[in-house]
Design a protein around this ligand. Structure first.
Ligand SMILES: NC(=O)c1ccc[n+]([C@@H]2O[C@H](COP(=O)([O-])OP(=O)(O)OC[C@H]3O[C@@H](n4cnc5c(N)ncnc54)[C@H](O)[C@@H]3O)[C@@H](O)[C@H]2O)c1
Length: 317
């Protein structure tokens, strides 16, 4: 029987991934951990939770060994916008957490290890439309540098030690259950909340800034499908490009207006505009589709319906 450890389970992805994995593996076989206190949604789910600092090598190793962990999902990280405010701290956490877990997983013969990368691994010299899997990669943010270096470390541990490590380059992820953690694509979540609360939104990106995006339902499904695929199907041991949609703030606003006709938007680009400008506008994920049959389900309008419905209920509107 598999036993799963999720590190950074209280974040935007972690909460939903923990619930999805508990549905498959059983509540008691999925241990959620985070440096902060247990997220209320996880608390309500009543599964196992521990406070754990990913930088504490000895403690993480102890938990993995004592709990007989067979799969690890490492989600703790400092995201793009937050990382730029304290680059050395962000580098330290993003890299050391991964190196700690690679070593601990190797020593403890963990069967499978998941660590997400990001479209932030690309930079302004990367071809921005339909960015191929293998292309020029010169990231300019500390977050992006840590993601690309991390991908290379993952491949190294697979080649050198046979650690079964799998990774995805997530686009900007949009969700309503748990709040985003300081990324450059967070506007695409706040816009729905403000549309429902105030019928107005001031966007920190310019109206024509196209970025690759994905609804959380698709991202969770992609993660689990990648992890459940037979090992011989995983031909890429760095990180797979993953794509579902690409849109600009203006297009999300238009999608929202179909349901809230008097919604208005204005634009006040800040430092995050520069980060967004260095990332691709759309991604070619042919390898993921070919190797392990990836196929997205949500487009912009389908996501808008689901976001508005769920946020309305959550906010009691
Ligand atoms: N959300 C996105 O749009 C997106 C896009 C691309 C890649 N990713 C990647 O996915 C992963 C998860 O992202 P997320 O959006 O859920 O981030 P998040 O910021 O919402 O969650 C990260 C979690 O890690 C925890 N954490 C931070 N420092 C820790 C430490 N020292 N020890 C233990 N836990 C710690 C935080 O408390 C938080 O709950 C990250 O690697 C991120 O780079 C996310």
């Amino acid at each position: 029987m598999d036993k799963i450890l999720i590190i950074g389970a209280g974040g935007q992805i972690g909460v939903e991934l923990t619930l999805a994995l508990r549905d498959i593996y059983g509540r008691n076989n999925v241990i959620a951990t985070d440096i902060k206190e247990e997220h209320p949604i996880l608390k309500a789910d009543n599964g196992p939770f521990m406070n754990l600092d990913v930088m504490d090598f000895k403690e993480v190793a102890k938990v993995i060994s004592h709990q007989n962990i067979t799969q690890v999902y490492l989600l703790a990280a400092i995201l793009s916008a937050t990382g730029e405010s304290k680059p050395i701290w962000a580098w330290d956490i993003n890299m050391q957490s991964l190196l700690n877990l690679l070593e601990i997983c190797r020593e403890n013969k963990v069967k499978k290890f998941y660590w997400p990368s990001s479209i932030a691994a690309f930079g302004s010299t990367t071809p921005g439309n339909n960015t191929p899997q293998h292309t020029i990669v010169e990231p300019t943010t500390v977050y992006g540098i840590s993601k690309y270096a991390g991908e290379l470390w993952c491949q190294y541990y697979f080649n050198r030690y046979g650690l079964d490590i799998r990774s995805l380059r997530y686009p900007g992820l949009i969700s309503w259950k748990s709040a985003p953690g300081g990324g450059t694509t967070d506007y695409a979540i706040d816009i729905y909340i403000e549309a429902l609360k105030k019928k107005h939104f001031t966007c920190f990106l310019a109206e024509d800034t196209y970025l690759p995006m994905m609804y959380m339902n698709d991202a969770i499904r992609a993660t689990i499908e990648l992890m459940e695929a037979p090992a011989d199907k995983i031909k890429n041991r760095m990180a797979y490009n993953l794509s579902s949609m690409s849109f600009s703030p203006k297009e999300v606003a238009e999608s929202i207006k179909k349901h809230i006709p008097d919604f208005t938007i204005d634009y006040a680009p800040d430092f995050r505009q520069q980060i967004a400008a260095s990332w691709p506008q759309s991604i070619d994920d042919t390898e993921a589709r070919t190797d392990w049959n990836w196929k997205p389900e949500f487009d912009l309008d389908k996501m808008t319906v689901d976001m508005l419905e769920n946020i309305k209920i959550k906010l009691g509107l």
